[in-house]
Design a protein around this ligand. Sequence first.
Ligand code: GLA
Length: 402
Amino acid sequence: MKRYLILSMMILGCLNGYSQKFEGLALTPPMGWNSWNTFATNIDEDLIKGIADAMVETGLRDAGYVYLVLDDGWMAMQRDKDGKLYGDPKKFPRGMEALGEYIHSKGLKFGIYNCAGSKTCGGYPGSRGHEFVDAQTYADWGVDFLKYDWCNTENLNAKGAYQTMRDALYAAGRPIVFSICEWGDNKPWEWGKKMGHLWRVTGDIVNCWDCELGHGTWSSWGVWKIINMRKDIRKYAGPGHWNDLDMMEVGNEFSDAENRSHFAMWSILASPLIMGNDIRSMSEETRMTLTNKEVIAVNQDSLGIQGFRYLNEHNIETWIKPLSNGDWAISFVNMNQEPFNLNFDWLKHELGDDLSQKFANLKNDLYKIRDLFNHKDLGDTSMPLKATIGVRDVLMLRLVRQ
Ligand code: GLA
C-alpha cells in the first residue's frame, strides 16, 4: 500500500513538474513587520533583534503580527565562491541562519527579500539565473516568507519569472510564503493566485494622505491614492491569495485619526497587514491602533472577502465588507476639513455584495452595532445612528446579525 502511495506521489510530482505553490500558508492576509518604510537599506542585526523583542513586548506578536521581514540591504554586495548569497558581514556578523534562529526563538517567522532581476532595487545581487540556489539557501536558513521584487528585469516575462521562483521554493521543500512585489505593472492579480500568496497592486507607498510623489520615471503614492488606484480587482482576492496594498505607514508622521483610518481601510480591504514603522519607539496611541483586535478580526475574517466602497456622500467615504456569520464591517472616513455629524438611517439602506452574494436587508433583519475603535456597543439598526467623526478620522463598526 505504502509503495503505491509513494509511486503515485512520484507520478503526480512528475506530471506537474513540482509546478505549484505551497497551499494553506496564507488563508487570512499575512501580518507582520517590514524594514523598508522606515530604515531603507540601513538594517543590521541589533536593529532586527530589537524589532523582534519589541514585537513580543508590545503585544504585536500576540495580536497576530508574526512575520518579521528584512527588506533590501541585508546581503553582501556579491555572492560567495559557490555562488551563494550571504548576509553583509558588517551588518549581520553572526549570519542569517543565526538571525533566523533568534527570530524563531521569539515565536516569530523569518522573512527575507530579493528580486527577480539581475540586481535588487538597491543594487545588491538579484536572483535572476540563481533561483534554485537562492531558494535552497533560504530554506537552509529557516526562512518563512520571501518578498520578491521587480527591479532590473529587462526583457523578463513577469509571470514566468515568478513561476520560476515559485518552483524553486517548492523544490527546496520548506513552506515559504511567496510575496510578489511587481507593483501591478503586469496585472499580477490575473495570474498571481497560482504563483504566490500576495501581490503588490501599485508602486511604493509614501506616508501622506493622498499625494503622488514623483521620482522621475516612477512615483510613490499616498494612502488614498493606493486605495483608489485599483477599482476592479477585489474579485481576485481570497483565502491564500491577496491584493497587497503595501506596507503600512501607520505610525509614520500621521495624526492618530489618520492612522486609524489608514488601518481601518487596509483591514476592510483584506490587505496584508505589514507594519512599516519603528515599533520600538511608537506612541501608545499607535500601539493601540495596530493591536486593535476587533479591527484585526475584520481583516482576518475567515471568508476573506475584500471590502468595497458603498457610498461617498458629503465627503464621507463609506466602505463595507461582508464577514462570516452574516456580520458586516462598515467604515465611515471623514474626508472633510471639519468634524462631521453623521446621521445614518439604517432602514434606508440595503448592504449588498453581488460578488459574494451577501446581502443585509436592514428593514427586515436586526443587527447590533459595535464601535471597533471605541470598543463600545451602540444599540442596533432599528434606530438611526448619530455620531461625530473627527477630521480624517474613522467610525468603524461591526454589524452583528441577531
Ligand atoms: C521596491 C519595492 C519596495 C522596496 C524597495 C527595496 O521599490 O517596491 O517595497 O522593497 O524596492 O529596494
